[in-house]
Design a protein around this ligand. Structure first.
Ligand SMILES: Nc1ncnc2c1ncn2[C@@H]1O[C@H](COP(=O)(O)OP(=O)(O)OP(=O)(O)O)[C@@H](O)[C@H]1O
Ligand SMILES: [Mg+2]
Length: 456
């Protein structure tokens, strides 16, 4: 219909022009007068027409604006109930596109693994915009809290501003006139990119404001979706943990049988070689039993019973146990316990276990001797226990895997010491932190909430 209309308009203008030209050639007036008259007639004919066109367009676009506004109302009400990214993409992009005020819409989401914005969805005609957007310079302006990007404005600013022109170019490639950030704090989680092909001016300030509100709702859905998938992951892990614990139990009985049989044979008349082999079986069975038992310890639900107690007393007890394990003259222990430390709610046996694990690790990290520092102090609502050593410190690899169960670099280690320690500290609402100065040593800090519990 639009085509037909414009075609007939063109024909009309064409024939009018011919009519005028014919008339004027037949009755040759002065050239300037001819021009003047023509312009007058055109103005008279054209201006009301233009006004009419403007009125019509406004009506059409107001109607679309109205439809957009209704869509946004609808989406704002619906979004809090969505639980997955796919549903979000479907509803938001589908809804905006269907409103008629958005001829193409895409949603880009930050992919932390690849460190790019990835297109999560697109609605509109023609070719889909690029699948991936490199972060810079696209996100650069945002940490500073800039406004949503509008292409026509960036193009204007781009004449003097290099950054603006680069961003405008990317928006062009995205086929977007407007890009609204989905922000979480100073992070940009994604971009909602829109265009209305029939409206070069893009979107009104009011519309941009409302689209920003929509982007904020999108943030909620995205963070909820992430939490839900983390929860599912935890559930899966918990189920696997239960299975593994069952398996560990099943291993212990036959293991005891093997060991018993080997020990029985040792009492028989056997060659010295065979006796040695039997001893290997017994030793290995013992080693496996320690691993399985530690695993079961780790897998068992923690049972911490907290009571008001003294952190310094727990630390003193652990140091006593360390000394009892056999003195190492090459290890120097430096204690600095804050006598003013208030009592805290703690499971003495559990925290004692944590401190012993840390002390053992510190000593084991210094085969050629060194200094173990043990400090307690109160800081910002926490009671802190710091255990430091002057060993080699931690490699980047160790740093990232320290608390992973079974991560060990020691021949006789189980790799559960720190994993169990972290669980125990977590159960106290506390934190177990590590810092390391490669080549100079490592420091582990246990922080327990000093009562009353700190805010946050
Ligand atoms: N103070 C430290 N300095 C250097 N490396 C350390 C230190 N503490 C821990 N590590 C590293 O972290 C790994 C894991 O420690 P964790 O206490 O969990 O297990 P483990 O000591 O190897 O075994 P287990 O505690 O069961 O005897 C260690 O094998 C070691 O590589
Ligand atoms: Mg250890």
């Amino acid at each position: 219909a639009a085509l037909g209309l414009s075609a007939s308009l063109l024909l009309l203008v064409d024939s009018l022009t011919f009519l005028w030209v014919d008339t004027f050639t037949a009755y040759p007036f002065h050239g300037t007068f001819q021009l003047f008259l023509t312009s007058l007639v055109f103005l008279a004919a054209y201006d009301p027409f233009a006004a009419e066109v403007r009125r019509l367009t406004n009506r059409v676009f107001n109607r679309r604006g109205q439809a957009l506004s209704e869509t946004l109302d609808h989406l704002n009400a619906e979004l809090p109930g969505l639980l997955s990214t796919d549903a979000l993409v479907e509803r938001v992009l589908g809804g905006l596109h269907a409103s008629g005020r958005v001829s193409s819409a895409s949603l880009y989401l930050w992919d932390p693994r690849l460190e790019v914005f990835r297109r999560a969805g697109y609605r509109g005609g023609g070719d889909a915009p690029p699948a991936v957007l490199a972060a810079l310079p696209f996100s650069a302006g945002f940490a500073a809290g800039a406004e949503p990007y509008q292409r026509h404005e960036l193009v204007r600013r781009g004449r003097t501003d290099q950054h603006a022109s680069e961003v405008a170019e990317i928006l062009g490639a995205m086929g977007a006139e407007l890009a609204v950030p989905v922000r979480s704090g100073s992070h940009v989680l994604g971009w909602l990119a829109l265009r209305d092909e029939d409206w070069a001016e893009g979107y009104s300030a009011d519309e941009i404001g409302r689209l920003s509100t929509l982007a904020d709702r999108c943030r909620l859905v995205l963070t909820n979706a992430r939490e839900i998938s983390a929860l599912e992951q935890r559930r899966r892990l918990a189920a696997m943990g239960e299975m593994a614990a069952g398996l560990a139990h099943e291993i212990r009985n036959p293991l005891a049988g093997l060991k018993g049989a080997a020990q029985y044979l040792q009492t028989e008349e056997v060659s010295p070689d065979a006796r040695e082999m039997l001893q290997v079986i017994v030793d290995e069975a013992n080693r496996l039993d320690v691993v399985v038992r530690s695993f079961l310890d780790y897998a068992r639900p923690l049972d911490v019973s907290r009571a008001r107690g003294s952190v310094n007393a727990v630390v003193g007890h652990a140091l006593g146990l360390l000394r009892a394990q056999g003195p190492r003259p090459d290890i120097h222990v430096v204690e600095a316990l804050d006598p003013g430390l208030p009592t805290v709610l703690l499971d003495s046996a559990g925290i004692g276990q944590v401190v012993i694990n840390l002390l053992q690790n510190a000593v084991q990290a210094m085969p050629r001797g060194g200094t173990v520092g043990v400090t307690t102090r109160q800081r910002e609502g926490w009671a802190e226990i710091a255990v430091s050593d002057t060993g080699p410190g931690l490699t980047a690899e160790a740093m990232s895997r320290l608390f992973v169960p079974f991560y060990t670099t020691k021949a006789g280690g189980t790799g559960l010491g720190l994993a169990i320690s972290r669980r125990l500290v977590d159960a106290h609402g506390g934190e177990l932190q590590v810092s390391s100065d490669p080549g100079r040593g490592a420091t582990f800090v246990v922080r327990l909430p000093a009562s009353p519990a700190p805010a946050g």
